[in-house]
Ligand binder design. Structure first.
Ligand SMILES: Cc1ncc(COP(=O)(O)O)c(C=O)c1O
Length: 389
């Protein structure tokens, strides 16, 4: 006898055993790559850092490359090495190398290492000597972000050192890149200063004898909204996963993640019932409360305790009371909700479901942080249009 036979509930085969699942839609990822390519007419780097923004870097990388992305981009050397160890040979750039990271393995496996200062460049050259493999390098210049990248005062020295290492046969500088600070602004002239600074930096690099073939500047917002930033390659993270990063602008992207859980407890309560820690919510009528077994330890922001909504049986219902570490409560009123019902936490706005941007707006952050913060005990299941699961 299966549990379903004994309880009269839906059969366990219809419901995954894990309490919360991130379903990743690879059709959406492939179509998003297609949209980016169509809009930009530029080569695409699929940014798969931070475990593919929580979608699973390996699976996302394979789908994005299949769909026409030409490069992969990650932050750390270790993320890049994992790509090679998974047998993926596509051009891969990592932009947070320092002299203490595993540069020898990066160089040996043909990863393109970004260098933003002399010590890192010298360490990459040393790794090339150690491995007997000419290193692939791209130089990062700061053009107004004041985060990573060589500053104006360091740039000439970095170019001179790179030219000298190139002449010695230790490395080849295949590109120069920078990062935009204000790309999410709809103002058409907002990037002009950075574009101009970038062009100056490239000119200086050429004067020092470098011949960078690839110039790149744009993230998703730059790529989709600011044509002057597209250059030879666009580095797309958010848009790959279906996040529209420019307020009130739509580029036909589809959210690639659907986060679902289910109702594991139902309780009918009287008017005046306090709910969860500190009774942040007190019911103003008799109502039914549904328990959802996922919480802040899994990346559900506690700020959703006020204003968060989920979808059950096609209808939105409010989160009520404080979100706990492992569970939260939804007020379903008098609707016919049952144990085992699917709870959609993140889905498609076109179907009236919340998406990561909605959560971000409610919690004062950006969708990137919402997606990369999910995890904990959540499972991930990949869905392919060909039926591969
Ligand atoms: C250097 C760099 N390039 C590109 C991206 C992708 O940005 P977005 O996710 O906004 O497309 C990131 C991500 O934060 C980044 O750090």
């Amino acid at each position: 006898m299966t549990p379903a036979d004994a309880t009269g509930l839906p059969a366990s085969a219809e419901i995954p055993p894990e309490l919360a699942t991130r379903f990743v839609d690879h059709g959406a990822i492939a179509r998003n790559v297609g949209r980016i390519r169509e809009i930009t007419g530029t080569s695409v780097m699929a940014v798969v850092k931070a475990d593919g923004f929580g979608h699973g870097w390996r699976e996302v990388a394979l789908t994005a490359l299949d769909a026409g992305a030409e490069w992969l981009g990650v932050a750390t050397v270790d993320e890049a090495i994992a790509i090679r160890h998974a047998g993926i040979t596509a051009p891969t750039l990592c932009w947070l190398a320092d002299p203490w990271t595993n540069l020898a393995e990066a160089v040996r496996t043909g990863i393109t290492v970004s260098c933003a200062n002399r010590p890192t460049l010298v360490a990459v050259a040393a790794a090339a000597v150690e491995t007997g493999v000419r290193a692939q390098v791209q130089l990062e210049i700061d053009t107004g972000m004041s985060r990573g990248g060589a500053s104006e005062t360091e740039w000439d020295d970095l170019c001179l050192q790179a030219a000298s290492e190139e002449a010695a046969g230790h490395l080849v500088v295949t590109g120069i890149w920078s990062h935009l600070a204000l790309a999410e602004s709809p103002d058409p002239g907002v990037n002009d200063g950075q574009v101009a600074a970038f062009r100056l930096g490239v000119e200086l690099a050429r004067l020092r004898g470098l011949r960078p073939a690839l110039l790149h500047l744009a993230n998703s917002a730059g790529a989709l909204e600011h044509p002057e930033t597209r250059l030879d390659l666009v580095r797309c993270g958010a848009s790959l996963y279906g996040i529209e990063t420019v307020h009130d602008r739509s580029h036909g992207l589809e959210p690639a993640m659907r986060l679902v859980s289910r109702v594991t407890q139902l309780r009918r309560v009287a008017e005046g019932t306090g709910v969860s820690y500190n009774h942040l919510f007190v019911s103003d009528r008799p109502t039914t409360l549904a328990l959802v077994p996922v919480g802040y330890a899994d990346g559900i922001p506690r700020e959703l305790s006020r204003g968060g909504e989920v979808v059950i049986r096609g209808r939105r219902h409010p989160v009520v009371g404080a979100i706990s570490m492992d569970q939260f409560v939804v007020d379903v009123g008098d609707r016919p909700v049952e144990l085992g019902d699917e709870v959609v936490l993140l889905g498609s706005p076109t179907r009236g479901e919340p998406d990561a941007q909605e959560w971000a707006d409610l919690t004062g952050t950006i969708a990137h942080e919402i997606l990369t913060g999910l995890g904990g005990r959540m499972a991930r299941r990949h869905r392919y249009e060909t039926g591969r699961v």
